[in-house]
Design a protein around this ligand. Structure first.
Ligand code: SF4
Ligand code: SF3
Length: 540
């Protein structure tokens, strides 16, 4: 196996024996083959000039296949094998409708058993592209596409689609098979990926807010009540909605974990009085936090940490693109309905969660809420009460070096405000950093996809201050990344023209030295240094 798609890639180079994430060689190879199959489908769609309406039923399968290969989303070899088989048969049916052309091997290969799949996978992985710059760009595009597909899937679950996004996914995946493309062409495709990243985040924002209302300032309880309860993790709000509907009046409470925290900011979910609060912290703390939670856990997406404790494993359920061997997977019916009764029944037999924290945290600063405070914010900037905003969106992770972000937040001058989104926030959202004239110093917009809100806020401020360049705003970007959704967020920011982003805790292993040079030269991207030096440089 060879995988270097996330920030925790072994030795900063790539995982070769087993993933640091816990992914074993078989799963890694099957994921590679699934991606290869999707490239083959894209080859058929693009070269075979498949009509757009043929793609309607294919799009959601593409999204969920891509999503299954995101870091920490799906560890279930059987589920991935089944998806490969399904996508190969989809591919072959599609070929019958295609105008006859020469298709790539990805569109024609056949495998009849797990063994044949693993053998084939050994020949088509990341390292099959020999030129390291081409490999770097191809992979960066593919990782961006994975993040894009995840967001497209959430939007689709709410009934929103953007054909430009789905069409681009085929176009870009097919391009990663094209040996005639030059480095320059792939660089421009990378930016085009960012352009579609903006589109998909806008789409998901529209989907979420049209269905669940605009996030608003909300105090979220981080303590517990004395009822049996279910913990829901991941990013999918439609799963949460169904779970809340089904637990209503059952005496079973629902808590969020990790990236589901921002669900509390939406007006729609406030009507459920069994929707109690957020339990615990970011994804990587789940091993201990699931133990003390006591009740069942529902994963709607990444990030899953392989459970070590048998008792906890028995309480874990997955749905959507997530999966873990030995954990029950809840499928949707043809109308998207999911039956969570087994989880609810299990919850009733288990003790209430043990308290690990108490009090509350505040969030809900997505674009609409911040715009409602715009006068206040603009005045604070004009009067000098706020000197600078720091966008510290992105992911959290296990590495010790991420303590940098807590220290950074603590040491920032008191006339600065942190704008955050994604699970990166857990590094500083409980520090009590105070407020500036009633504006909290940590403004959480929501999930990683709500980084879109931070971009909207920046563009709005640019307008208000009458600036011709987004980079003239008093906003600095110090972003933490882990998995591929952060890749699409980053590419989206680059597309929007944001310069001088600091990216940490380490730069991606998938950047070849030459590709890294392009990012430094064209966009001013850099890594992180020490907290003191970085703050000085940012404030100077
Ligand atoms: Fe390694 Fe990350 Fe790939 Fe897992 S996803 S195998 S940790 S590079
Ligand atoms: Fe977090 Fe996995 Fe990236 Fe969605 S939940 S930001 S790491």
């Amino acid at each position: 196996m060879f995988c270097f798609q996330c920030q925790e890639a072994a030795g900063g180079r790539g995982c070769t024996i087993r993933g640091v994430c816990g992914k074993n060689e078989g799963v890694a190879k099957l994921q590679d083959l699934l991606i290869y199959t999707l490239k083959g489908i894209s080859d058929v769609v693009v070269k075979g000039k498949i009509k757009k309406d043929e793609l309607e039923s294919l799009n959601p399968e593409m999204f969920s296949s891509l999503f299954m290969t995101i870091t920490n989303a799906n560890f279930d070899a059987d589920a991935i094998e089944n998806q490969i088989k399904k996508m190969i048969s989809v591919r072959d049916r599609l070929k019958e409708k295609a105008e006859a052309v020469d298709f790539h091997d990805a569109a024609t290969f056949q495998v009849n058993s797990r063994e044949e799949m693993l053998e084939k996978a050994g020949t088509i992985g990341v390292l099959a592209t020999e030129n390291e710059d081409i490999r770097s760009l191809r992979e960066m595009i593919i990782y961006g596409i994975k993040g894009m597909a995840a967001y497209a899937e959430h939007a689709k679950n709410i009934g929103k689609e953007d054909p430009e996004v789905s069409n681009f996914i085929y176009e870009a995946l097919a391009a990663t098979l094209d040996d005639s493309l030059t480095v320059d062409q792939l660089v421009s495709l990378t930016l085009k990926t960012g352009e579609h990243g903006v589109k998909v985040m806008a789409l998901l924002d529209e989907a979420n807010t049209s269905k669940y209302g605009n996030p608003e300032i909300t105090e979220v309880n981080i303590g517990v009540r004395n009822n049996p309860a279910i913990l829901v993790s991941g990013h999918d709000l439609t799963d949460l909605e169904q779970l809340l509907e089904q637990t209503k009046g059952t005496g079973v409470d629902v808590y969020t974990h990790g990236e589901m925290l921002p669900a509390h900011y939406y007006p729609y979910f406030k009507k459920y009085d069994n929707f109690v609060g957020n339990y615990g912290n970011s994804w990587w703390k789940q091993l201990s936090e699931f133990e003390t939670f006591n009740g069942p856990i529902l994963f709607t997406t990444n990030c899953i940490v392989p459970p070590r404790n048998e008792d906890v494993r028995k309480r874990i359920f997955t749905t959507g693109s997530s999966g873990y061997p030995g954990c029950k997977h809840i499928e949707a019916d043809e109308n998207g309905k999911k039956d969570f009764s087994e989880i609810i029944e299990l919850a009733k037999t288990l003790p209430a969660p043990a308290e690990i924290e108490s009090g509350s945290i505040v969030g809900g600063f997505a674009h609409n809420q911040v715009m409602a405070l715009a006068d206040k914010v603009v005045d604070a900037v004009k009067s000098g009460a706020i000197k600078k905003f720091f966008v510290m969106a992105g992911c959290d992770g296990r590495m010790k070096s991420r303590e940098y972000y807590t220290e950074f937040a603590k040491k920032l001058p008191s006339d600065t405000v942190i704008l955050t989104a994604g699970c990166a926030k857990y590094r500083y959202n409980k520090l009590n950093l105070g407020d500036i004239g009633g504006i909290p110093r940590v403004l959480d917009a929501g999930q990683c996809n709500d980084s879109y809100s931070l971009a909207v806020i920046a563009l709005k401020l640019k307008e208000v201050f009458g600036l011709d360049d987004i980079n003239k705003l008093p906003i600095a970007y110090n972003i933490a990344w882990y998995e591929q959704k952060a890749v699409i967020v980053l590419l989206a920011l680059l597309y929007l023209g944001v310069k001088n982003i600091h990216l940490g805790p380490t730069l991606p292993s998938f950047l070849s030295p030459n590709v890294a040079k392009v990012l430094v030269k064209e966009f001013g991207i850099s890594g992180i240094g020490t907290v003191e030096e970085d703050i000085e440089a940012f404030m100077g």
